[in-house]
Ligand binder design. Structure first.
Ligand SMILES: Nc1ncnc2c1ncn2[C@@H]1O[C@H](COP(=O)(O)OP(=O)(O)O)[C@@H](O)[C@H]1O
Ligand SMILES: [Mg+2]
Length: 490
């Protein structure tokens, strides 16, 4: 168990957005700085190096130019003086070499008369180039021997030809001290490298913080979703920050709230439905038991009981039928789409309900604009009007008046079912479309109502893209208005 979850967390980390942000950030910052640091170091080194080369070469050339006439006329005294002075001002060792490669003058005095071994000098002597420059690291001992600098790894040779009247007469060689320049190049490189390291660490920390900040809301969301997945629909994500993540959290919470209310509605519906089904069953059981334990019951009473039981069964059947209609609509049972002649349909429904109204001595009138058509589900449209008229007849006392009209108003088809019956109190009007809601439970049971009729109506109106409203006053009557948009009608 433990190992499995540990493995899962590990995998989750490599796959996580957090890790990706971290990596991206680090790669971008690290790489760009690394490139900047290396090019910068290279450029600084090049600059220092070039400058030194130019300086040394210029000095050597100057020396060669002033030494050449003295070298040619063998003015030993003057030449020695010139070399001594120059060696001090140039801070290095100076040698003059003749065309045979023999060292004629050396400010260190140690190599006079010997053959020159320095590449740069040989290049000038034997080649066509006027000068040569090179930095070498021949080892500390050689460096000290060659230019007198102790504990130095580098020295530089700068050679320049000396020319007389007939051309080249020898080579001037300047052995210079470059250790401090090489040191400062190293320092620059080291400094840049440490700045790079510091910035890399800072970038890493910043990336860590940033990825934490960025992924925190996502982690919170996913934790909440997991809890919700386990059945706790009341959990919400904390909404913080701004932008897309805030929007995500808000949208998620809206969705969660809707799910929760849906869940509540469903639970309530199930408990209401069970209650509604239980009541007639309990009534029937009482009557049945009374009949069982009183075999000598008067026949007329027995018959009345049987009649009542039959009535309860009808009610049960009615509730179950309505429930079936409702659940089928919940399942988004596809609705048929056909062109329905609404004028004809209204006329038919009025005819169908005329006997019921006449039975109560009610006056049922209609006012139907002819030829009005609508694209929709004929059976559902029929049910809408039937339920509304059925209510009007039920909730209007005997001798009352009921008026049905179908009209086109502002491009919409409008049904009005008007009665002068008992009306609906203001506070109940917003609830009558809810499932099982009845203003007067006792009276409604007598009339055989289930409390589902109007919720079915509302659902079906909605399916057709229409709206339903009610205007009612207790004791003076009610009017239900249904409007359908007429899009899609040819
Ligand atoms: N035309 C009306 N006049 C008065 N009250 C009405 C009318 N239509 C509906 N009602 C009230 O709205 C409630 C819900 O109606 P409905 O959903 O059709 O259920 P029922 O099965 O009771 O008819 C009814 O119980 C009744 O109290
Ligand atoms: Mg009804």
């Amino acid at each position: 168990m433990v190992t499995i979850s540990r493995i899962r967390t590990k995998q989750a980390f490599w796959a996580s957005i957090r890790w990706k942000i971290l990596l991206a950030f680090f790669v971008i910052v690290g790489l760009s700085f690394f490139v900047a640091a290396t090019t910068l170091t290279g450029q600084v080194s090049d600059y220092l190096f070039e400058q030194r080369t130019r300086e040394d070469s210029l000095l050597t050339e100057k020396l060669a130019t002033s030494a050449a006439p003295l070298f040619q006329s063998v003015s030993v005294e003057e030449l020695n003086e010139l070399l001594e002075e120059s060696a001090v001002s140039m801070n290095g060792r100076l040698m003059l070499i003749d065309m045979d490669g023999k060292i004629q003058y050396d400010t260190f005095q140690t190599l006079c008369g010997q053959r020159i071994q320095v590449d740069e000098a040989l290049q000038v002597l034997t080649g066509h180039q006027a000068d040569a420059y090179g930095i070498h690291s021949p080892g500390k001992a050689v460096v000290e021997e060659m230019n007198g600098e102790k504990n130095a790894d580098y020295l530089a040779y700068s050679a320049h030809e000396m020319t007389g009247f007939q051309g080249r007469i020898g080579v001037a060689l300047f052995v210079s001290r470059v250790q401090s320049m090489m040191d400062s190049m190293g320092t620059v490189r080291w400094r840049l490298l440490s700045v790079f390291a510091i910035i890399a660490v800072a970038a890493l920390i910043l990336a860590l913080v940033l990825s934490q900040v960025l992924t925190k809301p996502i982690t919170a969301l996913s934790r909440t979703m997991r809890r919700m997945g386990k059945g706790d629909l009341s959990v919400r994500v904390p909404v913080s920050g701004s932008g897309e993540l805030r929007e995500l959290a808000e949208n998620y919470n809206t969705m969660a709230a809707q799910l929760e209310s849906l869940d509540k509605t469903r639970n309530q519906f199930v408990s209401n439905a069970s209650h509604e089904l239980k009541t007639p069953l309990a009534t029937m059981k009482i009557m049945l038991e009374t009949m069982m334990y009183q075999p000598d019951m008067p026949t007329d009473l027995r018959e009345e009981f049987m009649h009542d039981m039959n009535h309860e069964i009808d009610r049960l059947t009615g509730i179950i039928t309505d429930l079936l209609v409702l659940t089928r609509m919940d399942n988004k049972d596809e609705m048929t789409r056909e062109t329905v002649d609404m004028s004809e349909l209204t006329q038919e429904t009025v005819h169908l309900l005329l006997p019921a109204a006449e039975k109560k001595g009610q006056q049922l009138t209609d006012e139907i604009e002819p030829g009005l058509r609508l694209v929709g589900d004929r059976i559902k449209l029929n049910q809408i009007l039937y339920n509304l008229m059925d209510n009007a007849i039920k909730y209007t006392p005997e001798q009352g008046r009921i008026h049905v009209s179908l009209r086109e108003e502002n491009g919409e088809l409008v049904w009005r079912v008007h009665d002068n019956g008992i009306g609906i109190p203001e506070e109940d009007q917003e609830h009558i479309f809810e499932r099982f809601y009845r203003v007067d439970k006792a009276r409604s049971r007598e009339t055989g109502g289930t409390g589902l009729g109007l919720s079915i109506v509302r659902q079906m109106v909605k399916m057709h893209g229409g709206t339903i409203s009610v205007h009612s006053e207790p004791d003076s009557g009610s009017e239900f208005v249904v409007s359908f948009p007429r899009e899609g009608v040819e």
